[in-house]
Each structure stands twice: as structure tokens, then as C-alpha cells.
Design a protein around this ligand. Structure first.
Ligand code: GAL
Length: 337
């Protein structure tokens, strides 16, 4: 009898503790009414990154309204310096950020940032410049949001293939049976540049477009660098270039600037990104087409992972992260006008 009474007493105590623990957890959840998110951009003057930044700010405002949680987005520009970015990360940690969103300057140097984040116990959402796999596998609180480079390239190539099938003369402007092209490439150290270059050209070949490369060069995603290269090529190869394949929209816009300065007749150009000025160029017929990485979803994914981690919650299931850490933003072709 006595033993049974003692057992009942223990059971009661245990149940009380379970309820109490659950209550505390609930109360803790309710208490977190503000989150601080540190964001470091590899270069704030990069058009695509700027578009993502704008979307992130919108996400933060919408989240505040919907969930009543105050969001402090501390956005910093690393201005192309890994050293500056390392200092920004240290500052985020000292300010007590709940989570960090990092667009690494040097994607191969993410390890030092990961060390700092792990020591401080702050989850990280990397985006756009993908750290190497060994780094991403170092901790289960590391995430990556980006777009599949091969997919962007295949979509870009298919814009040209479709056009060639519809109207070959519009691409083979001089009617010599080949489409002579030049190539504008992004940073040589960026995972997207090499893959985009390889697969857009492969797609043209696979699609039966007779192509011949005139020349190519690295313009580091930048409009002004692309413009200078294109100006030089127009002088070197007058009346020869029929197609300009560009790893991104900004370089395509730079090439268009050079074409306009030189007063050259119509040449076809394709880009990737669907940035705001890129879309404008498609609409006005200056750019044959581009590939859109849905920026709302791209930034939406960065923000949802960050907000969930900041509040100590699980990442929303609907993001269906690959290997539990990678989110690939959907892409589509944009042609016009
Ligand atoms: C690429 C994008 C480029 C540039 C680069 C920066 O994905 O297409 O325009 O923003 O990222 O890392």
C-alpha cells in the first residue's frame, strides 16, 4: 500500500515536471519578440546582390507585420574585401546576432568564418557564392541558398537554340552558315562562371546551332569592364560578331553600352539574372533574353531559414532543403520584348 502510494506520488511529481517544462518552453517561445540578423554582402554595388538585398528588406518588413516579431536586419557591404567581411562577422557576433547571412567574398575562405560562427554558436545562411562542400559539412547549422549554375546555363543556351530554330538568319546575320560569338565571363574563382560558360556553349552545340568562337574574356560580372572589352573586340573584329554570350545581365548591359557607342547594327546578346535593368533591356528589345532566378523566392528562402534559426525553430519543411542544407532557387527564361 505504502509502496503504491509512493509510486503514485513520484508519478504525480514527474507529470508536474513535464507540464512545467512544456510551460517554460512555451513561455520561452513567446518571450522572443525580436531577432537580430547580420547580413554581409560581398559587394553592395553588384546589381544582382542589390536586388536580393531589396527583397530581404521586404521579407523582414512582411515578417514583422505577420508575426509581430521585431526584425533588425544589419546589412553590411564587404566591398570585395575578405578581411573586411571577417571583421563584420566578428562585429555581428559581439552584437549578439541570432543568425548571420553571408555572401562570402572568397568562397574558398569560408572556413575562418565558420570557425567564428561555430565558437559563438550562431547559425549561418550562406548565399550566392557557394562554400566548398567540406566546409558546408563541418556543422549542421550551415545552410546555402543559390541557383543551380548548370540550369541557368542550359536555359540561357536554349534561348539561342529556340531563336535559331525559328529564324536562323536573325542569328547568322552575315549568312555565312555560322554564328560567330564572343563570350563575357564572370569572376574566374566563382563557381557560376565556369559552369555557365561550359553549359551554355554545350547547349548551343547540342541544339544544332553552328557556332564559332571569336574570342572571350573575364569582366568580373561588371558592366564597365564588359563595356571596355566589347569596345576593344568591336575594333579588332569589325562586322564579325553576331552573338554575345554573357555570364550575367550586367556584362550584357556593358556590351550594349559599347555597341551603342560604336553605333553598331543589331547584334544578339543573352544574359543571366533578370535584374531590374536586365529586364528593362529585354523589354526594349536590346537583350534577346535572360534567365530569371526568382528573387522573391531566393531572398524568401534566405530569410525564412534565418528567421527560423534565430527563433530556435526548425527550417520550414516546404523549403525541402537538399541534404538538409541546400536551397536551390527556381529559374525560368525571360524573352521579349
Ligand atoms: C552571380 C550573378 C552575378 C553576380 C554574382 C556575384 O550568381 O549572376 O550577376 O551577382 O553572382 O556573386
Amino acid at each position: 500500500m505504502k509502496k503504491a502510494g509512493r509510486r503514485a506520488g513520484w508519478l504525480f511529481l514527474w507529470m508536474c515536471m513535464v507540464f512545467l517544462a512544456a510551460g517554460c518552453k512555451e513561455a520561452g517561445k513567446d518571450e522572443k519578440k525580436s531577432v537580430r540578423i547580420g547580413v554581409s554582402l560581398y559587394r553592395g554595388d553588384d546589381t544582382f546582390i542589390n536586388n536580393i538585398r531589396g527583397e530581404l528588406e521586404t521579407c523582414a518588413k512582411e515578417y514583422e507585420q505577420k508575426h509581430g516579431v521585431k526584425v533588425t536586419l544589419d546589412i553590411q557591404d564587404a566591398k570585395g574585401s575578405q578581411n573586411t567581411q571577417n571583421n563584420q562577422v566578428e562585429r555581428f557576433i559581439s552584437l549578439g546576432c541570432d543568425v548571420m547571412c553571408i555572401n562570402p567574398v572568397d568562397r574558398t575562405a569560408a572556413s575562418a568564418l565558420i570557425d567564428k560562427a561555430m565558437t559563438a554558436g550562431i547559425p549561418v545562411v550562406f548565399f550566392n557564392r557557394q562554400p566548398v562542400e567540406e566546409d558546408m559539412d563541418r556543422w549542421d547549422q550551415l545552410y546555402y541558398v543559390g541557383a543551380v549554375a548548370k540550369e541557368s546555363a542550359v536555359l540561357q543556351g536554349s534561348i539561342v537554340v529556340d531563336q535559331y530554330r525559328k529564324d536562323p538568319e536573325s542569328l547568322d546575320i552575315n549568312g555565312d552558315g555560322v554564328v560567330s560569338y564572343v563570350l563575357l565571363e564572370g569572376e574566374s574563382s566563382h563557381q557560376d562562371s565556369l559552369i555557365r560558360t561550359e553549359w551554355s556553349i554545350q547547349t548551343l552545340k547540342d541544339g544544332g546551332v553552328p557556332i564559332e568562337k571569336i574570342t572571350g574574356g573575364i569582366a568580373n560580372w561588371e558592366r564597365s569592364q564588359a563595356s571596355a572589352l566589347m569596345e576593344q573586340w568591336l575594333e579588332q573584329y569589325p562586322d564579325t560578331i553576331e552573338l554575345v554570350v554573357c555570364n550575367n545581365d550586367d556584362m550584357a548591359l556593358g556590351a550594349i553600352d559599347a555597341l551603342e557607342r560604336a553605333g553598331t547594327g543589331k547584334i544578339n546578346l543573352v544574359g543571366i539574372d533578370a535584374t531590374t535593368p536586365g529586364l528593362e533591356a529585354v523589354r526594349s528589345g536590346k537583350l534577346m533574353g535572360t534567365v530569371s532566378s526568382d528573387k522573391e523566392q531566393y531572398a524568401g528562402a534566405i530569410f525564412s531559414i534565418a528567421a527560423a534559426k534565430a527563433l530556435g525553430q526548425a527550417v520550414p519543411r516546404e523549403l525541402s532543403l537538399e541534404d538538409g542544407k541546400y536551397y536551390w532557387s527556381p529559374q525560368e527564361i525571360v524573352t521579349g520584348p
